[in-house]
Ligand binder design. Structure first.
Ligand SMILES: Nc1nc2c(ncn2[C@@H]2O[C@H](COP(=O)(O)OP(=O)(O)OP(=O)(O)O)[C@@H](O)[C@H]2O)c(=O)[nH]1
Ligand SMILES: [Mg+2]
Length: 221
């Protein structure tokens, strides 16, 4: 398989609750996880552009759904994080509404669910995982900040984090800081985009086949 490369990446728009999202593209991959887990850093790392998505040590920086266009072909979506301290009830409700609507919108082809490789999943991580399962959107678990633990323990720790979440025991160990796991992630993205295109083409063919009320032409007529 040809290695998949990100040749172009640009910010398109931010969308809040009740606002109209941009017209769909061939594929949409959304990044979700606790505030400060490294969502924006992962996007920047994959796109090889440190300034693309705003990163911050202040949790809760990303409050809107941010759309990035990659290879002029598909979306990478930075979702607002959950679980930071000092969140009001109203903010939590706003977040829940935004994410719930997004997951049920039919837009995302795939979710990258991020968990910190060092910590047990939080109650919010577990809830997010349940929402993910409920949404039916395929997902990949990614264990971030892998640079924080010794190399020999990374795979075990990543898989353990997935297992603790109640998921199949596999997560990609990733570090934006040391570019660990970048190639595996790119391969994954390539597969997801290819699958989304193949599914869309199949759906179009099927639609075409059922559109003609007379059915297929009779060659003997
Ligand atoms: N050591 C290490 N630090 C990281 C890594 N990824 C992100 N960080 C740091 O973690 C902090 C949060 O990173 P962000 O990418 O802004 O996190 P986020 O998930 O987008 O956070 P919100 O937008 O608040 O939801 C920043 O200080 C980053 O520098 C990593 O792989 N390794
Ligand atoms: Mg962010």
């Amino acid at each position: 398989m040809k290695p998949f490369a990100i040749k172009q990446a640009s910010f398109l728009t931010s969308v809040g609750q009740g606002q109209t999202p941009p017209a769909p593209l061939a594929c949409e991959i959304a990044v979700v996880g606790r505030s400060n887990v490294g969502k924006s850093s992962l996007i920047n790392c994959v796109c090889n552009n440190r300034k693309l998505a705003k990163t911050s040590q202040t949790p809760g920086k990303t409050r809107l759904i941010n759309y990035f266009v990659l290879n002029r072909d598909f979306y990478f979506v930075d979702l607002p994080g959950y679980g930071f301290a000092k969140t009001s009830k109203a903010q939590q409700q706003e977040w829940g509404g935004l994410i719930g609507d997004y997951l049920g919108s039919g837009r995302p082809n795939h979710l990258f669910l991020l968990i910190d490789i060092r910590h047990e999943p939080s109650p919010e991580d577990r809830q997010m995982f349940q929402w993910t399962l409920y949404s039916g959107v395929p997902f990949t678990l990614i264990a971030t900040k892998a640079d924080k633990i010794p190399k020999s323990q990374r795979n075990v720790a990543a898989n353990r984090a997935a297992k603790l979440l109640g998921a199949p025991p596999y997560a990609i160990p990733f570090s934006a800081e040391e570019k660990i796991g970048g190639e595996e992630l790119l391969l994954r993205i390539g597969q997801i985009v290819e699958d989304a295109k193949a599914n869309a083409a199949r759906a179009l063919r099927e639609e075409g086949a059922t559109d003609d009320p007379a059915g297929p032409a009779d060659p003997d007529a």
